[in-house]
Design a protein around this ligand. Sequence first.
Ligand SMILES: [Zn+2]
Length: 500
Amino acid sequence: MEVSQAVEKLMALQSKMSAYRHALSILYTDGVTVAPKETTANRSHTMGILNEEMYKLSTGEETISLLEFLDGHKEELTKKQARMVYLMLKSNRELQKIPMDIYLEYQKLLVEGDALWHDAKEKSDFSLFAPVLGRIFELTKQMAAFVAPEKDPYDYWLDKYERGLTKASCDRFFGVLKERLVPFIAKIAEKPQVDDSCLHGDFPAWQQEKLAYKLMDFIGIDRGHCALSTTEHPFTTSYGSHLDVRITTNYRPHKVDPSMFSVIHEGGHAMYEMGSAEDLAYTVLDGGTSMSIHESQSRFYENILGRSEVFTAKVLPMVRECFPGKFDDVTPEQFYKAINKVEPSFIRIDADEVTYSLHVMIRYEIEKKIFAGEVAIDDLPALWNSLMKEYLGLEVPDDKHGVLQDSHWANGNIGYFPSYALGSAYGAQFIGKMRADLDVDKAIEAGDFAAINAWNREHIWQYGSLYEPDELLAMLLPEGFDPNVYVDYLIEKYSKIYDL
Ligand SMILES: [Zn+2]
């Protein structure tokens, strides 16, 4: 076979796979948005068939020999083509090292785990979930040993989600957060609380939706390629390629800001997805490269820009317009402070900007201890509660508000949490780079996000998954990533708000 012919086949293969992904995403979104309650079995039937076809397509003999052939001719490929081959082969090669019985047991366990986790959370009883969780962690360790016996198993999983990430680098990162943020949060707790009463009240969903569209337009989301709908938990998904992206939000009837900032957050994810270079469409390089870089974009728009003084001042008139009479007496300063209220809380996804990363740190420390055999699964609630007390000063009332709140472990996403906190920290360092090139505040003041979005597109979005997160970071931050930049940003901003 000629290399050029093989490349043609490679492109056709990816195009076909993206069509399957397109159909599967629509079915998934339908299931969590408008599909009637009793249609799960019908949808599972279709999704099962499509998933099986996709699995066959990506692991079939013909595909593997095509990829191995191209891998053997790496030097004749473009950088993009070589990266496609590498990414497609990587998961196949890993899968081959895991014994089939272990792999199948793990897949079955995850389905069971998810159902048991839902039930345990509803009843707020960790003991119902503990046995299956213990087995998930055991198999997670075993799979790491099969794929990368030379590596520490937790390092293997950290690296799987975020190449280059290790316990040592996480320890350094969280060490800085622990040392500097825990005492800072305690200092804030001693100050009079800011008044956020303007954010509480009755906010009909249709008015919140109107505001959501205004916010999407304001930050420059192209609504011709990105739609908004509602789900219990907000998320972003792309349909087959970066040309069709969907975001969701959730309107709480008595608090206005959660939906506002979830729309901006998911909007950041959506713009990153949509910003891939045109020629990446229908390939495995289309869309964001990793969760931490994704979060660096979503949390950048949500917090660093969205919760800034200049942004909130600009948004207040839109809020007034959407909720007539409700915000007439609220000053921009009051609104800014209300939006930035710091209050330790039990639930990670509701956490404010300052306490958020500490929620992630708790999960990281627990995972690390489980892998090291330093804690028994049955003792996780006690460990969780003691860490919440130590870092956030809170007494956890029950498992539902504690160790059972996230679905990640039930779904096998172990080693995944650190990327959330890292993303926030990367964003804080990216803004320094952006400010060196353009006057960010002036652009927001002028309601002009084009230059901000163009900067992100040029430096991050256009590459899709062409670079690993550590390569992208090295390009953006040649001086190296420094978590102190993030902590400095938080301390400076919130010292002003809380008069410290
Ligand atoms: Zn996110």
